[in-house]
Design a protein around this ligand. Structure first.
Ligand code: SAH
Length: 258
């Protein structure tokens, strides 16, 4: 189960924090570390020093340019945030996340990503809108921001507490049986969102020049529903049929009254 948990650090400025995060992960039995566009060179001696022996995790860490590259095969994506944002999104605490992970990781091909933001400004709204849910570590509201590696430590600890020593009956999903089709992963969902946006634009429901919050709200709706791969196929089939119907419709001669 621990192998299916990925820690993703986005735009980290201080290599020491990358090392501290690796140490926290290894202490709790996690090993899959991804770095999205770290701002200092990587590998870095300060990262190795602060990892205090978790340098094997640093050596295996994947470095990518875009957050989406780190998420493509993940079925549940949780973004962390030190403060509340404009558009409300499903928000849970680390213990609730760990419980959700215990259920999720019993499913075939499940993979959980925990996304952590930049030291100075966290994750952007766009990055947070890639996530199924947001995790906030309850803190003093007047001083809510933890050090990045400390935030990784808190979440990794809760995951360890929730996942180790679970009995089989505790990991049974609340459907009473295993789900019949694997959850759609990030990449599959992003393709669906692109298809949805294109279709809504074609039928003049969505104006890319005046988007308001339409796509963010639709993302939130579908991410909340956790569609599986079969359900996404059905939705995409509906979109394709809609596109076809709208093309045929626009070719029809306009009706006259005579
Ligand atoms: N000034 C930034 C704080 C970033 S702290 C902001 O306003 O968002 C760096 C990262 O540590 C955050 O992006 C988040 O991933 C994690 N973090 C820090 N404090 C947290 C908290 N209370 N709950 C959840 N994550 C937190």
């Amino acid at each position: 189960m621990f192998d299916a948990i990925r820690i993703v650090l986005v735009g980290t400025s201080h290599p020491g924090n990358i090392g501290g995060a690796a140490r926290a992960m290894k202490n709790m039995g996690l090993s899959d570390l991804w770095l999205v566009a770290p701002r200092a060179q990587f590998p870095h001696p300060e990262a190795t020093l602060r990892s205090s022996g978790a340098d094997d995790l640093l050596a295996q860490a994947q470095v990518v340019d875009q957050l989406a590259d780190a998420l493509s095969d993940c079925t549940l994506v949780a973004g962390t945030s030190a403060r509340s944002r404009h558009l409300p999104w499903p928000l849970i605490n680390p213990r609730q996340l760990a419980q959700r992970a215990a259920t999720e990781l019993t499913q075939p091909q499940a993979r959980l990503a925990l996304v952590f933001g930049r030291e100075d400004r966290g994750l952007s709204n766009e990055e947070l809108h890639l996530c199924h849910c947001h995790v906030h570590i309850p803190t003093n509201p007047a001083f809510s921001s933890l050090n990045l590696a400390a935030a990784v430590q808190v979440l990794a600890y809760e995951l360890r507490m929730a996942l180790s020593g679970l009995t089989d009956s505790e990991t049974e999903d609340f459907w009473g049986t295993a789900w019949d089709s694997p959850r759609a992963d990030h990449q599959t969902l992003e393709r669906f969102f692109n298809h949805l946006e294109a279709t809504l634009t074609e039928i003049d429901f969505h104006d890319p020049d005046n988007p308001r919050q339409l796509m963010s709200r639709l993302r939130r709706l579908y991410l909340r529903a956790r569609p599986d791969t079969m359900e996404v196929n059905i939705l995409r089939g509906i979109l394709t049929a809609t596109q076809k119907a709208s093309t045929q419709d626009s070719r029809k001669p306009t009706c006259s009254n005579n």
